[in-house]
Design a protein around this ligand. Sequence first.
Ligand code: NAP
Ligand code: GDD
Length: 348
Amino acid sequence: MGKTALITGITGQDGSYLTEFLLNKGYEVHGIIRRSSSFNTDRIDYLFEDSNIGNKNLFLHHGDLTDSSNLNRIIEVVKPDEVYNLAAQSHVQVSFEVPEYTVEVDGIGTIRILDAIRKTGINTKFYQASTSELFGGWPETEPQNEKTPFYPRSPYAAAKLYAHWITVNYREAYGLFAVNGILFNHESPRRGMTFVTRKITRAVARIVHGMQDKLVLGNLDSKRDWGFAGDYVRGIWLILQQEKPRDYVLATGESHSVREFVELAFKMAGDIDIEWIGQGVEEIGIDSFSGKTLVEVNKRYFRHTEVELLRGDPSKAERELDWNREVGFKDLVYMMIKADIDNLILDY
Ligand code: NAP
Ligand code: GDD
């Protein structure tokens, strides 16, 4: 008998990669989806189209992290061996606009699931999608690891901090196999279009093909440790396969600025060299050959409090999980830009 997994956030970037990964391992996968007025299953539709998978090994349930009644019911009915809590209002900038909702889903939503597990008494392992945003990104703390102090800098990070510690608490108080994966940024062609990497690759593809004039961004100098989501879901699974419940950082160990990401994307998509002129919100990026302005800065994309520099130290995961990321920074940018160019050609 294969194992049964329950995934919240199955329609998101990580949910889709994890579903594919677990199905390939022979799992029966159940996912919780939100009712929406438009279709929200684009990222997993290809799995349903496979007649060996859809309705045989993959099942969807309507639910929401703000509603404990459905979470209790689904957990009782599915009796999963593993629960992956990936659902979240995951956009840092948006969390400043909807702080209460963010804590309701990302913070309280987590205890709703943990408590449903505790009350039903089922023997399940619980994974919490914790985040490098917890560290606050102070340059003096890099590279950040499992022992680096937390300092949340947004309503999103503060909500995730609660979720992180309540996971630890349920492990210690009730003996649940409940663990946190403290994941640094991970991206892919399936990344939501308002996160900076995908916003850049999509816009650059469109600019190079004459469908958009410019790319408008916020802070060009913040730095992130960007990896590939496909590598990270393998790590997530490994964290739950350990004998003892422990928390792990997953990261590449490298950090790059938004500015570098932009430069590389233009170079790869159209052999365009970007030259930067001016400073702050007056700064622009021009095509050094034609002189055309291709990048502008707008203060609306700046955060009230910024996480300046994230670079993770994945050595504990490498040592104990034998986890290594396979895709490096340049390959990731190439993969994303190529996919966005291919999408344009398909749409055309
Ligand atoms: P994502 O693409 O934004 O997906 C979020 C998922 O959560 C979607 O399936 C979304 O459903 C669902 N969701 C949102 N609110 C919900 C609610 N109230 N009830 C039920 N489901 C809800 O995020 P991701 O990049 O895959 O990230 C997965 C998890 O890892 C998140 O918890 C995120 O905070 C965390 N994380 C991500 C990264 C990263 O770099 N990607 C790094 C560290 C931690 P809809 O499709 O209906 O919107
Ligand atoms: N989104 C966005 N849009 N970010 C911009 C822009 C822009 O136009 N211009 C500059 N940035 C900067 C942000 O200020 C931030 O410093 C950086 O680009 C990355 O922003 P996002 O891609 O939105 O990701 P994030 O790092 O804030 O959050 C992501 O990673 C976290 C892990 O560290 C999300 O996936 C979170 O859910 C995740 O926890």
